[in-house]
Ligand binder design. Structure first.
Ligand code: GLC
Length: 457
């Protein structure tokens, strides 16, 4: 679900992303399949770069293009229209028509794939970072690296281009990055003399105390509904417990493990102990955000933009919110893992003016648009120059700690990722809803993943 509300201006801070060693290994392992067949013509990033003279069909400076994008904010100024107007000023002969896409990433993908497979769809679309393998394998996106040189891809922060690559071609231009963070009520932790938790166990202890004192209804709210967001949250618990979903060549499930049982049993215990609400199994980003912004929860797991939303007018916790990297299980090195999310820009293979699409994408990933996204809408910019700019680095508490997070990607380098994820979120959701038990749910999810990878689910 892409649901963000950052209606006020931020002086955002940016950062150079630091993948910890473990996360770097995870990313490397996940991209190894795609990069294994690198030929000598590939650039240092392992991406095939265009042959000299490769040109995109259409006119790069004129025409009308449609841009499919889900809302980046839910109130206040719409960043999509701000960016479109600035682009049209820079390129007066290109007109961009916005098509507002569904909020939920799963519905968004299903709608779009139906349109594109049927020969239609928008010219450019904003799509999730988990889409490149599926979209690349099924010709639902143009390999952008055919038209954009290595120097273009080099301007992005480390790791993002690899995540958008499938079989040596880059399908998505990184537009903004999301990461999971722990938001907490700093007023309440202070009042009850409690530490900002660095472990899940501490989080539970803090939560129970503040709940027992009657200061909040819920201890911890997160995303547990039957959709992609539940996979994102589970990936964090799973990585904290030392587990993985797939083997390194993405051909087999590695999910059926003591680590996965521990991760899911912990999620279940959050609900059964009352630290998290019974309604967790229906919570997407919006519901968990609403509970926190209403002052009902001590802790919230959400993406970077949630800070802005917690400080927006209408929120009851303005001035009372702190943000930290995610906790981990006791005994593990801190911090815990944050899942990597975010959105890329892709081109529909049926587009008649790919040259203008490329112009639009270049501008949207360039300094002006990225600075707007980072400073006015508290997004994590993908453009490395903007990320490291002193002006952009001011005042946003989320961007200020981005360099401390430890990242875990979803296993999205397989074109079967939608089914892999569905197996995970179905298991998680069933357990949170009380209709399944962790060990059995994990065993079933693992078997479902194996049949998905074999093309059977
Ligand atoms: C955010 C992330 C995206 C993820 C989605 C899940 O929009 O950027 O990657 O799939 O949340 O709800």
């Amino acid at each position: 679900m892409l649901d963000r509300s950052v209606p006020h201006t931020f002086a955002g801070a940016s950062r150079r992303r630091r993948l910890t060693q473990a996360a770097a290994i995870a990313v490397t392992a996940l991209t190894a399949v795609g990069l294994a067949a690198c030929s000598s013509s590939t650039g240092g990033s392992g991406v095939s770069t265009p042959a000299a003279g490769a040109t995109a069909p259409g006119n790069p400076t004129s025409g009308t293009i449609t841009w499919w994008a889900s809302p980046i904010t839910t109130s206040g100024t719409d960043p999509r229209t701000v960016l479109i107007s600035a682009f049209e000023k820079a390129y007066p002969n290109i007109k961009v028509n916005l098509v507002s896409a569904p909020n939920d990433t799963d519905t968004n993908r299903a709608t779009l794939t139906t349109q594109i497979s049927g020969g239609g769809g928008p010219d450019v679309y904003m799509g999730d970072v988990i889409w490149p393998a599926q979209f690349g394998a099924h010709q639902l996106a143009v390999p952008l690296s055919k038209y954009l040189p290595k120097s273009y891809w080099d301007m992005f922060a480390q790791g993002l281009v690899q995540g958008a690559t499938y079989k040596n071609q880059v399908y998505g231009a990184p537009f903004f990055e999301d990461q999971g963070f722990l938001y907490y009520r700093k007023d309440l932790l202070q009042k009850y003399n409690l530490p900002v938790p660095t472990t899940w166990e501490q989080l539970v202890t803090d939560a129970k105390k503040v709940q027992a004192a009657g200061a909040v209804k819920d201890g911890y709210v997160f995303q547990g509904a039957n959709y992609e967001g539940a996979t994102c949250n589970f990936m964090e618990f799973l990585a904290d417990a030392g587990g993985t979903v797939l083997n390194s060549d993405q051909t087999k499930s590695t999910l059926d493990s003591a680590a996965a049982d521990k991760a899911l049993a912990f999620e279940q215990s959050l609900v059964t102990s009352g630290v998290s609400p019974q309604a967790e199994s229906t919570y997407q980003e919006t519901q968990s955000m609403n509970a926190f912004a209403a002052g009902d929860a001590l802790f919230l797991r959400n993406w970077d933009y949630a800070y802005g939303q917690s400080q927006a007018s209408g929120s009851k916790v303005v001035g009372k919110v702190g943000v930290a990297p995610m906790p981990t299980f006791s005994g593990q090195p801190t911090p815990g893992y944050s899942n990597i999310g975010g959105w890329n820009l892709y081109i529909n293979p049926h587009s008649k003016n790919i040259a203008a699409d490329v112009t639009f994408i270049k501008w949207m990933t360039g300094n002006d648009a990225q600075t707007t996204l980072a400073t006015q809408f508290s997004e994590i910019p993908t453009n490395a120059t903007v990320r490291s700019s002193a002006d952009v680095k001011k005042a946003n508490p989320v961007l200020a700690i981005v360099s401390e997070t430890k990242l875990v990607p979803r296993p999205a380098q397989t074109p079967d990722y939608p089914q892999v994820s569905k197996a995970i979120y179905t298991a998680v959701n069933g357990v949170l809803a009380g209709s399944a038990q962790p060990k059995a749910a994990i065993t079933k999810a693992s078997a479902d993943i194996d049949s998905a990878l074999g093309g059977g689910l």
